[in-house]
Design a protein around this ligand. Structure first.
Ligand SMILES: [Zn+2]
Ligand SMILES: [Zn+2]
Length: 171
Protein backbone atom coordinates (compact mmCIF):
# COMPACT_ATOMS: atom_id res chain seq x y z
CA UNK A 1 0.00 0.00 0.00
CA UNK A 2 1.48 3.31 -1.08
CA UNK A 3 0.84 6.11 1.37
CA UNK A 4 0.91 9.69 0.20
CA UNK A 5 2.73 12.04 2.57
CA UNK A 6 2.53 15.06 0.27
CA UNK A 7 0.09 16.96 2.47
CA UNK A 8 2.35 16.91 5.54
CA UNK A 9 5.79 16.91 3.99
CA UNK A 10 6.21 20.67 4.37
CA UNK A 11 4.01 21.26 7.42
CA UNK A 12 5.72 20.69 10.78
CA UNK A 13 3.29 19.49 13.45
CA UNK A 14 0.89 17.87 11.01
CA UNK A 15 0.14 14.16 10.94
CA UNK A 16 -1.79 11.63 8.89
CA UNK A 17 -3.17 8.28 9.98
CA UNK A 18 -3.35 5.10 7.96
CA UNK A 19 -4.97 1.70 8.21
CA UNK A 20 -4.92 -1.26 5.86
CA UNK A 21 -4.78 -5.01 6.02
CA UNK A 22 -2.33 -7.48 4.51
CA UNK A 23 -2.69 -11.10 3.56
CA UNK A 24 0.29 -13.11 4.83
CA UNK A 25 -1.55 -16.43 4.81
CA UNK A 26 0.96 -17.93 2.38
CA UNK A 27 3.99 -17.00 4.44
CA UNK A 28 5.53 -20.01 6.10
CA UNK A 29 6.92 -20.00 9.62
CA UNK A 30 8.27 -23.18 11.17
CA UNK A 31 6.96 -25.40 8.38
CA UNK A 32 3.38 -24.13 8.13
CA UNK A 33 1.41 -20.93 7.64
CA UNK A 34 0.07 -19.57 10.96
CA UNK A 35 -1.09 -16.17 9.68
CA UNK A 36 -4.56 -17.43 8.77
CA UNK A 37 -6.28 -14.10 9.43
CA UNK A 38 -5.58 -10.73 7.80
CA UNK A 39 -2.87 -8.63 9.44
CA UNK A 40 -4.35 -5.26 10.33
CA UNK A 41 -1.90 -2.38 10.15
CA UNK A 42 -2.61 0.96 11.79
CA UNK A 43 -0.30 3.91 12.23
CA UNK A 44 0.55 7.53 11.74
CA UNK A 45 3.11 9.64 9.96
CA UNK A 46 4.01 12.85 11.79
CA UNK A 47 6.01 15.78 10.66
CA UNK A 48 8.16 16.42 13.72
CA UNK A 49 10.02 19.67 13.21
CA UNK A 50 10.47 18.87 9.55
CA UNK A 51 11.35 15.19 10.01
CA UNK A 52 8.75 12.64 8.97
CA UNK A 53 8.32 9.79 11.45
CA UNK A 54 6.16 6.74 10.74
CA UNK A 55 4.89 4.69 13.68
CA UNK A 56 2.63 1.72 13.27
CA UNK A 57 1.50 -1.64 14.55
CA UNK A 58 0.82 -4.82 12.58
CA UNK A 59 -1.63 -7.04 14.42
CA UNK A 60 -3.37 -10.35 13.87
CA UNK A 61 -4.47 -13.58 15.52
CA UNK A 62 -2.12 -16.45 14.77
CA UNK A 63 -3.46 -19.96 14.31
CA UNK A 64 -0.50 -22.03 15.34
CA UNK A 65 0.60 -25.17 17.15
CA UNK A 66 2.41 -25.38 20.46
CA UNK A 67 6.07 -26.05 19.85
CA UNK A 68 6.24 -28.46 22.80
CA UNK A 69 2.95 -30.37 22.89
CA UNK A 70 1.57 -29.78 19.40
CA UNK A 71 -1.79 -28.50 20.63
CA UNK A 72 -3.45 -26.01 18.28
CA UNK A 73 -3.46 -22.50 19.69
CA UNK A 74 -4.77 -19.09 18.72
CA UNK A 75 -2.83 -16.11 19.99
CA UNK A 76 -2.66 -12.42 19.38
CA UNK A 77 0.42 -11.15 17.62
CA UNK A 78 1.22 -7.48 17.60
CA UNK A 79 4.40 -6.05 16.08
CA UNK A 80 5.22 -2.35 16.41
CA UNK A 81 7.41 -0.62 13.87
CA UNK A 82 8.91 2.81 13.41
CA UNK A 83 10.72 4.47 10.53
CA UNK A 84 12.08 7.83 9.59
CA UNK A 85 11.08 8.92 6.11
CA UNK A 86 13.51 10.65 3.81
CA UNK A 87 13.39 12.00 0.29
CA UNK A 88 16.81 10.61 -0.42
CA UNK A 89 19.13 8.19 1.28
CA UNK A 90 22.41 9.74 2.30
CA UNK A 91 24.04 6.38 2.87
CA UNK A 92 22.19 4.40 0.24
CA UNK A 93 24.84 1.71 0.01
CA UNK A 94 24.72 1.10 3.73
CA UNK A 95 21.14 -0.09 3.30
CA UNK A 96 19.78 1.76 6.29
CA UNK A 97 16.70 -0.18 7.40
CA UNK A 98 15.52 2.59 9.68
CA UNK A 99 14.87 4.95 6.81
CA UNK A 100 12.06 4.62 4.31
CA UNK A 101 12.42 6.38 1.01
CA UNK A 102 9.75 8.81 -0.17
CA UNK A 103 9.22 8.44 -3.89
CA UNK A 104 6.93 10.83 -5.74
CA UNK A 105 5.53 11.92 -2.38
CA UNK A 106 4.65 8.35 -1.36
CA UNK A 107 6.09 5.66 0.89
CA UNK A 108 5.48 1.93 0.76
CA UNK A 109 3.86 1.45 4.16
CA UNK A 110 2.83 -2.11 3.38
CA UNK A 111 6.36 -3.20 2.60
CA UNK A 112 7.55 -1.67 5.89
CA UNK A 113 4.78 -3.37 7.87
CA UNK A 114 5.29 -6.74 6.17
CA UNK A 115 9.05 -6.70 6.83
CA UNK A 116 8.52 -5.74 10.49
CA UNK A 117 5.89 -8.43 10.98
CA UNK A 118 7.98 -11.19 9.41
CA UNK A 119 11.08 -10.21 11.40
CA UNK A 120 8.97 -10.06 14.55
CA UNK A 121 7.51 -13.55 14.20
CA UNK A 122 8.37 -15.93 17.00
CA UNK A 123 9.99 -19.10 15.83
CA UNK A 124 8.54 -20.93 18.80
CA UNK A 125 5.02 -20.54 20.11
CA UNK A 126 3.84 -22.24 23.28
CA UNK A 127 0.29 -22.97 24.45
CA UNK A 128 1.45 -21.68 27.83
CA UNK A 129 4.74 -20.51 29.26
CA UNK A 130 5.06 -23.64 31.40
CA UNK A 131 3.82 -26.21 28.87
CA UNK A 132 5.36 -29.52 29.90
CA UNK A 133 5.32 -30.94 26.38
CA UNK A 134 5.05 -34.57 25.39
CA UNK A 135 6.80 -37.54 26.94
CA UNK A 136 9.68 -38.44 24.60
CA UNK A 137 9.09 -42.13 25.31
CA UNK A 138 5.34 -42.71 25.12
CA UNK A 139 4.17 -39.41 23.59
CA UNK A 140 1.67 -38.66 26.36
CA UNK A 141 0.73 -35.04 26.97
CA UNK A 142 2.55 -34.33 30.25
CA UNK A 143 0.23 -31.37 30.91
CA UNK A 144 -2.43 -33.95 31.69
CA UNK A 145 -0.25 -35.49 34.40
CA UNK A 146 2.80 -37.76 34.61
CA UNK A 147 2.70 -40.76 32.28
CA UNK A 148 4.69 -43.18 34.44
CA UNK A 149 7.60 -43.63 32.06
CA UNK A 150 10.99 -43.71 33.74
CA UNK A 151 13.09 -40.79 32.67
CA UNK A 152 16.33 -41.79 30.99
CA UNK A 153 19.04 -40.42 33.21
CA UNK A 154 22.09 -38.78 31.82
CA UNK A 155 25.04 -41.09 32.69
CA UNK A 156 26.93 -38.14 34.16
CA UNK A 157 23.96 -37.35 36.39
CA UNK A 158 23.75 -41.01 37.42
CA UNK A 159 27.36 -40.83 38.66
CA UNK A 160 26.56 -37.66 40.55
CA UNK A 161 23.49 -39.26 42.07
CA UNK A 162 25.60 -42.16 43.26
CA UNK A 163 28.12 -39.81 44.86
CA UNK A 164 25.37 -37.90 46.62
CA UNK A 165 23.90 -41.18 47.78
CA UNK A 166 27.27 -42.16 49.29
CA UNK A 167 27.49 -38.85 51.14
CA UNK A 168 24.05 -39.42 52.57
CA UNK A 169 25.02 -42.93 53.68
CA UNK A 170 27.95 -41.50 55.66
CA UNK A 171 25.76 -39.23 57.78
ZN1 LIG B 1 1.88 -26.93 24.76
ZN1 LIG C 1 5.70 -41.53 28.93
Amino acid sequence: MLLSVREIINTPGKKISFQFSMDLSCVEFGGYCPVAEPVVVTGTVRNMAGVLVMQGTAETMLHAFCDRCGKPLVCKKSVPFEHLLAQELENADKGDDEILLIENGEVDAEDAARTAFILGMDTKLLCSEDCKGLCPICGADLNMGPCGCKKETDPRLAVLAKLLQRDEDKD
